[in-house]
Design a protein around this ligand. Structure first.
Ligand code: ADP
Ligand code: MG
Length: 337
């Protein structure tokens, strides 16, 4: 990769590492790099899922507006969401903390929030690491979960003709971040609470993920952490398919429309490219589209939204009455913005 490394995208760097360090096949390793979790065989029916995610001050959060309790919850939630994306059940967590100076004042609240979120999903903190860092504050979590081998939903299972579904409003978290950055988030009476909460305190859809896996009707699944345009592109690349998304079908909240007006922001940048919604994005055979919608509504009261189709070819295309454009990988990338 040499001198060019700063110009590479996050995806290029991961691919480079994966190619350089690819291991020999391992009897118990079912999925290594390339999905929301690595998957290992536990016994002849069940698998262990492992995921890890890092939050860095100034990149993923800002303590100027992020209450430590909610930051603790979010640190757990973003990892729980990767277990949800495979249809798994979270079990054990490791927490790694790096901060400058001695234990920060907000640590107790952070830990209370972290513990609260783990408890909601019956997950135990079983280890971690605590180190001093010269400048940057960061927290990293490794989460271990489990799932029945024949229920796990990979990014690679999409089939031509599948419907693409999303499990809730898109863009709220990105708008919430913009509102925080613009100083418009303060106070519980602001009209933007739903958006600000989506950024500060996202909820991982673990129960829905389990329900979808248990239905065995889902072909491919991912959680939306980098924006629809990028996360659907991951499904397409791994499944060797393309996808078409219908602009008018995208679930957008009224509050988001109002915020776009207020901030004079292009709403579809938030909806398609804004990350951190932590909704589930999944594909289902057209024979089971209605059946799955009914099942989810009956079992959870939640609505899931069909937003497009899996097609032959490559790339994610956004279709409206006026035009069709390739939006593959236009979501958040750490290295190219
Ligand atoms: P997610 O957004 O679901 O957390 P990522 O985009 O962070 O997933 O990662 C995609 C895949 O690349 C995962 O399998 C992850 O484990 C792997 N990965 C990311 N960074 C590295 C790295 N530095 N070394 C090895 N694997 C990595
Ligand atoms: Mg993920």
């Amino acid at each position: 990769m040499g001198k060019d490394s700063t110009k590479k995208s996050e995806r290029d760097i991961i691919e480079y590492i994966s190619n350089l360090l690819a291991l020999q096949a391992d009897r118990d390793l079912i999925k290594g790099i390339g999905d929301d979790c690595a998957v290992f065989r536990k016994d002849n029916k069940s698998c262990i899922l492992v995921t890890t995610d890092t939050l860095v001050a100034g990149v993923h959060f800002d303590l100027a507006w992020h209450p430590p309790l909610l930051l603790g919850r979010k640190t757990a939630a973003v990892n729980l969401s990767d277990i949800a994306a495979m249809g798994g059940k979270p079990r054990y967590a490791f927490l790694n903390l790096a901060f400058p100076g001695s234990a920060p004042a907000w640590l107790d609240d952070f830990l209370a929030g972290f513990y609260e979120m783990l408890q909601e999903y019956d997950t135990h903190l079983v280890g971690g690491d605590t180190v001093k860092s010269p400048n940057d504050l960061s927290m990293s979590v490794t989460l271990i979960g489990e799932a029945a081998e024949d229920e796990i939903c990979y990014r690679s299972g999409a089939e031509i003709g599948d419907f693409v579904f999303v499990s809730g409003f898109l863009g709220d978290a990105a708008a919430g971040l913009s509102l925080c950055q613009s100083g418009l988030s303060a106070g519980s009476s602001t009209p933007w609470q739903q958006l600000v909460k989506a950024h500060l305190d996202p909820l991982p859809q673990v129960k829905l993920g389990r329900m979808l896996a248990d239905s065995r009707l889902v072909h491919a699944m991912i959680d939306i952490s980098d924006g629809l345009a990028t996360d659907l592109a991951h499904i397409c690349t791994q499944s060797r398919t393309g996808a078409e998304i219908f602009k008018e079908a995208l679930p957008v909240s009224e509050t988001l429309r109002a915020a776009a007006e207020k901030l004079k922001s292009p709403i579809f940048d938030w909806v398609l490219k804004g990350g951190e919604d932590y909704k589930l994005l999944f594909t289902v055979s057209p024979d089971h589209e209605k059946d799955l919608q009914r099942r989810v509504a009956k079992q959870s009261g939640m609505e899931i939204y069909p937003i497009g189709r899996i097609i032959e070819g490559r790339g994610v295309h956004l279709c409206s009455r006026e035009r069709r454009q390739n939006i593959s990988y236009q979501g958040y990338d750490h290295f190219i913005g």
